[in-house]
Design a protein. Structure first.
Length: 748
């Protein structure tokens, strides 16, 4: 079925809603997934190039096809979670299309680097323009399957716009149905092994943000377990400097382990092998923190680019499964000497535990070039891209957006080009976010001519932005000090200044693709999806990177950006976007070495409570109705317990509980809990004096009450049915009002 229209008669600008593309899941059967792409009514918008009226798709699609010298047509991509094994095939159908006559469409200039001005590249109508056939031909196409921690996925790209450059006809397909069929009896691409790793809150967030059919959406919990961290540092000179960092991360609930090059080896291959083995035995591992410059802990090179650059990569260490670039781990780097790293540790702990008062975190800076119109992501020039980000941040609640754009663009952008002094003044006044999009080199950015020397004069102690640079070589840290490194090393009057973290490319940066990373990070900051609010710095950045991989369907350029965009800082740091209020906590000042229930009152519902002893987790819980109860097992040490209550955009509570060495009481001795492990029934045998009016409770390891009986008389044997409990570890608490016995039990 088709309809003919004289396109020239309907030239007007319509709303974005009229152009909307929707990808909807029709069937969630893992072996037979069905997705339908629906196109809104299309109305032509023109732009004049060289005296000819060409179609302008910028209001229709976020990205256009980037096949050099071929028609630049809209493309829409969505990712789906597929079975862990099996060959994946695609079946396509459609129900109708509209056809338009006398259409002129410009060719793509290909994927360009940012050292090239797109306006300097001529349009070339290549061989495709001589073929009497509709391009690109396929209405949908599958990307290669990929492994993403506990999941396997694929990306389907829809091409509802088809163009015949000889007849100058444009077809717009209304409903394209893609059926993704997995045959479990045939070997597929990038099958994942059966090893299961913990779905921590950050990866549940990543899954929910990526997959149209994510089965993890219902399990997403932004307060839950953050996972573990592995630190890899030089053998000498850094260990003692990192101790406060290790202590703090452990106290807030991130189990942290330090390994030196003496254990890992000193090559990128041996370090990755160590990480792979550690990940296999520690399924809760999420973060890898590299410590030192390239000369201290090496980055990895994927080889030489066409521009004769080394593809330096830290993300390499987190890509453990599959021949793809989707991460299994989140990787960051403290790059510098031992003195530099001490500054980074101090800044990170300060940012998370005692941020400077004020509303500095509700301010953002955008610095951008005047180039890229019609070529950048969304067809935007760099400055417009940043202004749109600023508008979204303002709507969310940011009160100040500093605009430093090349040229003159009104609103908050002053006439003419910005200066380095203007940029430094804004940073020094305080900002929570700094986005740059434009040209750059190792030690600086072109807009404002802002360099390492300017960074070294910053005085913004306590007011640290998260800096994300879309520019060439701002992260080239091998053999030189990059701008991103300078932002994390700077001090003022002996205290940290600069950025809490910075992200920059180790090579010439692609033009359009990384702009999508900044866009997606913005969507997460403003919580456009209320179910996906993960706000660690690494969560923001890697969510953005994964969105870029999906949007550009793992193109060679998108993969290269993923390889070479380096994260400088601690990726587990929680981003601040609102004024920080203090969490209060109230609890007993001491507890017996034999354990018991520890109740924590707090003013912050939803906060995460972590109790540790000597950096070992004793228990965790969530504040509900201003209260959390954590069952403390029998302890082996009288060392103090650390109580930490944390939540994003707050100042955490940090308290202590003394441990009294009272030994094992007669009450505990006379009660025997058996069998352990138990399957159907758990018994309490009383071998001494009868106990009346006891309270018996069973807690899971998150402190939730699973079973409770009050006013219980324990004369000889008391039985508890446990067949309905899930297999795992629990704590049983027997309390007669004076005495208490707490014991760990296992249910099978």
């Amino acid at each position: 079925m088709k309809k003919q229209y004289a396109l020239i008669l309907i030239v007007f600008i319509c709303s974005l809603q009229q152009f909307a593309q929707e990808q909807r899941l029709v069937s969630a059967d893992p072996l037979n997934l069905v997705v339908r792409n629906t196109s809104g009514n299309y109305s032509s918008v023109k732009k004049n190039v060289g005296g000819i009226q060409y179609e302008d798709f910028s209001s229709v699609a976020k990205i256009l096809m980037m096949e050099k010298d071929a028609p630049a047509l809209p493309v829409f991509s969505r990712s789906l979670q597929i079975p862990n094994s099996g060959k994946v095939a695609l079946e396509i159908s459609y129900d109708s299309f509209e056809e338009f006559d006398n259409v002129e469409i410009l060719p793509s200039k290909g994927s360009l680097k940012r050292n090239i001005d797109p306006n300097s590249i001529p349009f070339v109508m290549g061989a495709t323009y001589q073929q009497d056939a509709f391009f690109p031909g396929n209405l949908a196409q599958l990307g290669k399957s990929f492994v993403f921690r506990n999941t396997r996925g694929t990306t389907v790209s829809f091409y509802p716009y088809q163009y015949n450059p000889v007849t100058k006809k444009l077809r717009v397909y209304k409903n394209i149905t893609a059926q993704i069929v997995t045959n479990p009896n045939e070997v597929g691409v990038n099958e994942r092994n059966n090893a299961s790793h913990e779905n921590t809150s950050i990866f549940n967030s990543l899954y929910a943000n990526l997959y149209l059919n994510s089965v993890n959406n219902v399990a997403y919990n932004p307060i839950g377990d953050e996972g573990e961290m592995l630190i890899i540092a030089p053998t000498f000179g850094y260990t003692s400097i990192l101790q406060n960092f290790i202590n703090w991360k452990s106290e807030k609930g991130i189990r942290t382990t330090l390994a030196t090059l003496a254990q890992t080896g000193s090559t990128s291959q041996s370090i990755k092998t160590f990480i792979e083995n550690y990940y296999a035995s520690h399924p809760n591992l999420v973060y890898v923190q590299l410590v030192g410059d390239h000369e201290n802990v090496p980055t990895h090179s994927y080889g030489i680019t066409g521009a004769q650059e080394q593809l330096w990569s830290d993300s390499y260490y987190g890509q453990l499964e599959g021949a793809d670039f989707f991460p299994e781990l989140i990787v960051g780097r403290f790059s510098g000497s031992a003195v530099d790293v001490q500054t980074m540790v101090q800044r990170t702990i300060e940012y998370e535990t005692s941020p400077l008062a004020g509303d500095w975190m509700k301010k953002a800076i955008g610095i951008g070039s005047n180039e890229g119109d019609g070529y950048g992501d969304d067809g935007e020039p760099d400055w417009q891209h940043l202004r749109n980000i600023g508008t979204k941040l303002t709507t969310f609640g940011y009160n100040t957006i500093y605009e430093f754009y090349e040229g003159t663009h009104g609103v908050n952008d002053l006439p003419n080009n910005p200066t380095s002094e203007m940029i430094s003044a804004a940073i020094n006044q305080g900002s929570g976010l700094l986005n740059y999009t434009g040209h750059g080199w190792t030690e600086g950015i072109s807009t404002g001519d802002y360099t390492n020397s300017d960074v070294q004069t910053l005085t913004n102690s306590g007011k640290y932005p998260f800096m994300v640079s879309v520019a060439c070589n701002n992260g080239t840290f091998v053999g030189s000090t990059s701008l991103c490194e300078a932002f994390t090393r700077v001090k003022y009057n002996g205290t940290p200044a600069g950025a809490i973290a910075s992200c920059g490319s180790s090579i010439l940066m692609a033009w359009a693709e990384p702009m999508q990373t900044q866009d997606e990070m913005t969507e997460l900051i403003i919580r456009s999806d209320v179910q996906n609010i993960k706000s660690t710095l690494g969560g923001l950045f890697y969510n953005g990177q994964i969105s870029m991989l999906e949007t550009y369907n793992q193109s060679n350029t998108a993969e290269e950006v993923m390889q070479t965009w380096v994260f400088f800082g601690d990726p587990s740091t929680v981003f601040r976007s609102q004024v920080s209020n203090s969490i209060t906590g109230n609890h007993e000042e001491s507890i017996s070495i034999s354990g018991g229930n520890l109740e924590i009152d707090s003013n912050t519902n939803g906060a995460f409570v972590s109790i540790t002893q000597n950096n070992v987790s004793i228990g965790t819980a969530q504040i509900v109705n201003n209260l959390a109860t954590i069952a403390i097992p029998t302890l082996s040490s009288t060392d103090v317990l650390k109580v930490t209550i944390s939540k994003e955009n707050t100042i955490p509570y940090r308290g202590e509980v003394a441990v009294n060495a009272l030994g094992v009481t007669e009450f505990e001795k006379q009660l025997v809990v058996y069998p352990n492990p138990a399957t159907d029934v758990l018994y309490i045998s009383n071998t001494g004096i009868s106990i009346s009016d006891a309270t018996i409770q069973i807690f899971d390891m998150n402190g939730r009450i699973i079973f409770k009986e009050s006013n219980v008389d324990v004369f000889s044997n008391y039985s508890i049915p446990v067949a309905t409990l899930a297999s795992g570890l629990y704590l049983i608490d027997i309390n007669d009002g004076i005495n208490r016995k707490v014991q760990k039990i296992e249910i099978r």
